[in-house]
Design a protein around this ligand. Structure first.
Ligand code: CP
Ligand code: NVA
Length: 306
């Protein structure tokens, strides 16, 4: 029984194993109708609860399909419809869920909620995004890069824009996978300094700058995310400060000529990315979205010790 809360807590070897398993599981069911189970449905009979404190399209649907293809079933729950929404404790909710289901994925406003759930559950707990991190997303992104660009440790990734939850998970991943990560963020929206120093101390090759041009020069991968994440205050101010960080054709032209573009979605064309980049030939965003499904199957299997 293992939790999947942050990449920092998982050995690099296990993370590489999850990616390899995701790629193998994707190949093994190639051509099968989406609603059929995998040739090897390793989680037959397992029940997964998916709890959402915030909106979701990809995480919700890909986890739901993931457990079905693995032979199990899911229930999708909105926290506001549960007693959680009326103040029942996370601890009691975790103890009760542990009596009914085999694993829980939670998308929470506060990172501490996921840790509290894990402390009191005796089933695996998976982080489906918090204010601090989004580890399942980064695993899908790295799977996509491994498929399109090969060995991850040889790559230079440039993150441009808000130093948010998704950026934090890339920072965690840099220490585990050995790629170079160059982040360009305005000082006001710089990534978490403690997490960045911890990653650098753990051996990550991370460079911080406020210049998008500097970050993307020669990069193999250019990544951005929304300038206003769920729960962020003061959207007008954010959009103003972050406007110079838009990924557009001019910026992409400074990256390596074979560079690819990633975005976890949902995207806001004309804000963090221009339409010509996200809808252009360098963009891998829909392969990236598809890989959420495959990688989550491997994460679920890992949590069950498979
Ligand atoms: N990328 C991602 O997590 O998308 P959703 O918010 O739609 O789940
Ligand atoms: N940073 C975004 C990611 C959405 C998938 C948010 O937290 O809203």
């Amino acid at each position: 029984m293992r939790h999947f809360i942050d990449l920092t807590a998982i050995p690099a070897e296990d993370l590489h194993g999850i990616l390899a398993n995701a790629i193998a599981m994707k190949a093994a069911r190639s051509g099968l109708p989406k609603g059929t189970t995998d040739p090897d449905p390793v989680l037959a009979g397992k029940m997964l609860a998916l709890i959402f404190e915030k909106s979701s399209t990809r995480t919700r649907i890909s986890f739901d399909m993931a457990i079905r293809q693995l032979g199990g079933q899911s229930m999708v729950l909105s926290a506001s419809d549960m007693q959680l929404g009326r103040g029942e404790s996370i601890a009691d909710t975790a103890r009760v869920l542990s009596r009914y289901v085999d694993a829980v994925m939670i998308r929470a406003n506060s990172h501490e909620t996921v840790h509290e759930m894990a402390r009191h559950a005796n089933i695996p707990v998976i982080n489906g995004l918090t204010d601090r991190s989004h580890p399942c997303q980064i695993m899908a992104d790295l799977m996509t890069l491994q498929e399109h660009k090969g060995e991850l440790s040889k790559l230079t990734l440039a993150w441009v824009g808000d130093g948010n939850n998704v950026a934090s998970s890339f920072i965690h991943a840099a220490a585990k996978f050995g790629f170079t990560l160059q982040l360009a963020c305005p000082a006001e929206f710089a990534p978490n300094t403690d997490e960045t120093s911890d990653a650098i101390n753990a051996g990550a090759a991370i460079k911080l700058t406020t210049s998008p041009l500097e970050a993307v020069t020669g990069a193999d991968v250019v990544i951005t995310d929304t300038f206003v994440s769920m729960g962020d205050k003061n959207p007008e101010h954010r959009l103003k400060i972050l406007a110079p960080y838009q990924v557009n054709s001019e910026l992409m032209a400074r990256a390596d000529k074979n560079a690819v573009f990633l975005h976890c979605l949902p995207a806001h064309r004309g804000e963090e990315v221009s339409a010509e980049v996200i809808d252009g030939e360098q963009s891998l965003v829909f392969d990236e979205a598809e890989n959420r499904l495959h990688v989550q199957k491997a994460i679920l299997a890992y949590c069950f010790g498979q």
